[in-house]
Design a protein around this ligand. Sequence first.
Ligand SMILES: C[S@@+](CC[C@H](N)C(=O)[O-])C[C@H]1O[C@@H](n2cnc3c(N)ncnc32)[C@H](O)[C@@H]1O
Length: 921
Amino acid sequence: MPLLQPLGQAIPLEPAAVTKSTVADVTAAKAKAWIHPHLEQGVDPYKGRQLRAAQPIPQGEVVLVDTPYAVIPAVDDPRTSDALLCSHPPCSRRMSCRADRIACPQGCLGDVMWCSTACQAADHARHAFECTWLKRFAASIREKRGEYEFGMLWLIVRILAARQVELSAEGGESTTPDDPADDGRGFAEGWQAMRSFCGSEDSWSHAQVRAWTALVKKYLRHGPVLPHPLPDREVLKLICQEEANSFGLYPRETGLYPVPPDALDRGEQFGAAVYPRAAIANHSCGPNMTHKPDQHGRMIFTAAKDIAAGEECCISYFDLTQFTDLQTRRERLQTLFRFVCRCSRCESEEPPVEEAEWLAMQDQSRMESTATKTPDTVVEEARVLSAGSQHLHRKLRGREVQLLAVGGAIGTSLFVQMGAVLPKGGPAGLLLGFAAYGTIILAVNQCFAEMVCYLPIPSPFVQLAGHWVDDALGFAMGWNFFLTMALGIPYEIVAINVLLTYWTDRIPVAAVVVIVMVIYGILNILTVRYFGVAEFYLSICKIILMIGLIGYTFVTMVGGNPHHDAYGFRYWKDPGAFVSYLAAGNTGRFCGVLACMIQASFTMVGPEYISMTAAEAERPRVIMHRAFTSFVWRLMVFFIAGALCMGIVLPYNDPTLAATIAGTRKGSGTGAASPYVISMNNLSIPVLPHLVNLLILTSVLSAGNNLVYSASRTLHGLALTRKAPAILGRCTTRGLPIYAIALTMAFCCLAFLQVQHASATVLNWLVSVITASYLLNYFGTCVTYLHFYAALQAQGVDRTTLPFRGYLQPYAGWFAVCGTGVMVLVLGWEVFLHGRWSIETFVLDYAMIAVFVVLGVGWKVSRRTGWVRPERADLGVGGLRAEVDEYERVLGDGCIASKRRGAGGGGWSIGGLSRWFAWLR
Ligand SMILES: C[S@@+](CC[C@H](N)C(=O)[O-])C[C@H]1O[C@@H](n2cnc3c(N)ncnc32)[C@H](O)[C@@H]1O
């Protein structure tokens, strides 16, 4: 909805608040519109008409006073309301419930009142036009459609009434379109001005236009109840224009910028109106005019700063005290006004061009299908594609989401790192540890799924924590997520070094780190154009590699190896299935399984990767639903099967594995960290170990590059939402968030730790810190879920109406909170055992908890953020849910899908590979 806010929320306010207008000295109370002599009209190629200063206008001067063409009150209960407005438009004064008020003798509607008999008499002809309509429809529209739609329809009826009055004054003759009733400066008046308003059917979504068409047919058709001359189509156009141009009337001024720290919001809406001249003002998030209605409903624009000659004069369409960061402002404008703001403030805060390149790259893969679409289809798609996605484009299909999510979730840890706990747990301990942690990640997945399917928006778990629990939790989770990725970069660099030593250990460690840093720097600074395409292929490689390794295990265990040794489950018997780790007997076995569970909490990830694609999924609820239900099972197969295979191909006491973990052996070949590669060498298999090592190496290299990109953009996003220093939001002229990239790249330096310490030791350090970050992210998300669940209950929302309903909730949520909470607490359990205290291990395992708490508490105290009570939680997240609902409804009608099918669109078409991955639906 545009300037008119939902009327049902209107609450009477103190009349004194409006009477403090400063314009009294500019024009007498009964005066008509007044335009500053230096104000003129212009045209902007993107925004359309605009107001601008022909000559300077000093701060504090009134720029425009405009009288409403039509105005309605926003009323809860007319008997007690102080928000009633005198129905005679030129008066439109606000009336207290204690004042004498004259009601309609026909009793058409309680909201219709006049302040005096003179106003009633003067308004006779105009009111006669609406009276029958109000009597006939007002109550039923209010009841069936709600206050908001009633307000909109009534405003249209009042516009038609004003037109009728004009026509009778003109003796029934309409002014011709070529006869603009303006004042010599191009400012049209009356109906003529109304018809020049922007806003047509094309500006609104298909579903919205259909809904309005139905309203026109039912309530606004010309006839005896509503004797106007316009055909339905013209009335529909009028609605589109009214929605794009009407003003909400608020007691305090809108648009003071920069917003003073102690600024009040603009108060409760008491009415809505359309103004012939004021509607020409465009929006700016850093406006140079404030606006406020006076006690006669006239709209007053005042210069909030000195306005230079030639400068555009803008107001703010929403309350700047409430919508502060780029994302929420954009969301607001998109939801209510359906345009992307091009003001200088937004442009300076815009995300870097690189992000646009990443999106454009995704577009490339669809060019084939787009080329065959009709212009209609493209327009239709463009109209709805960004719904709820906050300006990301909804273009990813099911299998692309699956591939990107699988690709993000499997990598170094599954191929290499898991082997580190085989000597601690043994093959059965490894399998059990992964299966046990699997139950926790399943519960975590249930929580992610229910919330993300409900609100598939960008970075959902970070945004929703801020909206539904406390902004401080959102802040801590945002930074924690950044750190998870940033610390992952040196982890990948160290892993590259370890994998390289398979071929040679002659390259100095520092040289490897520097070379990789240079590669990442160049790739991230020069271009990201081919980044997504590369990720797509690499994800496929990773999946093929994992399937290949499972196949390798099966083939070799049944004797398909150069030794013709059908070793089967031999290593489960010799040296054994379990290891008694750190203690004898069952206690030791339990400790072994626990160590494997902790490794699993580093390796088994996934729900967050699905969530990160939510805002770009084409049919978000269908795709997310499918992805969450099927993907985790598929992933569990990879992880559980991976744990099983690792325990089959290698005995837990393999000397090469032990030496690699300890970092004690030198010499070519000993850095073959992957248990699979070690096993291939043990079986004297030629070539294959080199190939597998190479494949692992490329996937690790790409993972690090991906992390530099994602972490720097997350940091940039935090800066734009004022959750990080503003300098990190700055971009180069090419739109590169250079400071965010620089800070992210600084984390690479941690990889230099290998110069002093064994690579395996550094890997373990980083794994400890990152594992804590992962777990804290899950913990925060599951806490958010429990709040979401409580809010649904408190607000009477039936969970059966949700797009995804998790099993066993809220118990699964509690299990996930407890499971991840306990895992975070036991991460460093070994140091508490007798004789194993190590300050270094303790700090590495628990530092992230301290960071998380300090971040959250610091933000809470400094920003005085509030804990959101379930009954007050905004489940719609500022209209985003409604946007997604509408988008899904349009898709449900087959609007896009059928047109695409008709156009022969074929999904992700890189080399036709998607056909081979059809099973990833
Ligand atoms: C109330 S009208 C303003 C006058 C309008 N430019 C005209 O030609 O009549 C609102 C419309 O102006 C455009 N607009 C206003 N502010 C804008 C901005 N900051 N960026 C882009 N478009 C804007 C949008 O199309 C919006 O729907």
